[in-house]
Design a protein around this ligand. Structure first.
Ligand SMILES: [Zn+2]
Ligand SMILES: [Zn+2]
Length: 280
């Protein structure tokens, strides 16, 4: 995919019809089959997350476009044309799972780094500050965090010769799956959870429980966590509470500025990585 193609690809981030469709699907679904029946639609922090939903696509989208253009240019210089040609020659049904594996591996590594590098955790902690999880909470991501996690995972999409169709399928899957992972929709994955990240899998990633910190880093797949010993596969119960240690402001703009301020206590979760694996 060319740089211009990559930029064009991201224009849909600014299309309000996509946002409307997401709301029209997930609002009724969370009423029809909720995980937590007692969670109201207007739960605490909903105004902040609506602000992310409506406003964040501009700074986050622009950051991603810059990354995509840089990735395309880097790919042109660093990736041998034979590698690109070999991947481009693969049929679509092979390109899509290969891209999913590679992109999710990069996401896993970048996300894990965001939990262990203090300066990155400051930005990523904003995502973890949501105290209630639903479809809307998926949008609470600091633009710098968005570039560090999702942005990094897009690099294989734009450097290795994957077709526009494969990238488009991956990207649509990523968007909808990410919203489902945070939603208050009860959808058991059964044995599929050993390959794909399920809503319960990601809810445990958000648990406000030191025993479950720094687990389940995969975005689409659970296999990288299983392989590298960071999986927490409990599926018959959800965490009692969500959130992050330390004070995080409530408003959108204050949250954007928060990682740039001096903070205390951000090392708590990082130190927890030294502890023994979670045992339910
Ligand atoms: Zn995280
Ligand atoms: Zn999340």
């Amino acid at each position: 995919m060319t740089g211009a193609g990559g930029v064009q690809f991201f224009w849909h981030l600014f299309d309000p019809r996509g946002a409307l469709l997401i709301a029209l699907i997930f609002l009724p679904l969370e009423r029809l089959m909720p995980t937590d029946e007692n969670q109201p639609v207007l739960r605490s922090g909903w105004r902040t997350d609506v602000a992310y939903f409506l406003l964040n696509r501009l700074p986050a989208g622009l950051g991603l476009i810059v990354l995509v253009v840089a990735a395309v240019l880097a790919g042109d210089i660093l990736v041998p044309p034979t590698v690109k040609a070999s991947i481009a020659a693969l049929p679509l049904w092979l390109q899509v799972p290969l891209l999913l594996l590679l992109a999710d591996f990069v996401f896993y590594a970048a996300h894990r780094m965001c939990h262990f590098v203090p300066v990155l955790w400051r930005f990523h902690a904003i995502h973890h500050s949501a105290e209630n999880l639903d479809w809307l909470a998926a949008f609470r991501i600091h633009p710098i965090d968005q570039m560090m996690t999702k942005g990094m995972s897009l690099i294989p999409c734009f450097t290795l010769g994957f077709s526009e169709a494969a990238v488009a399928i991956y990207f649509v899957f990523y968007q909808w799956h990410a919203i489902l992972l945070h939603s208050n929709v009860r959808l058991p994955f059964g044995p599929l959870r050993w390959v794909l990240a399920s809503p319960v899998f990601h809810h445990w990633h958000h648990a406000d429980d030191p025993r479950a910190w720094n687990r389940n880093f995969g975005a689409q797949l659970s296999i990288w966590d299983l392989m590298f010993g960071t999986a927490q596969m409990q599926h018959d119960a959800l965490p009692r509470s969500y959130g992050v240690e330390g004070e995080v402001p409530k408003d959108y703009l204050a949250q954007l500025a928060h990682p740039l301020r001096r903070q205390r206590g951000v090392g708590d979760r990082i130190a927890a990585s030294e502890e023994a694996p979670f045992r339910p």
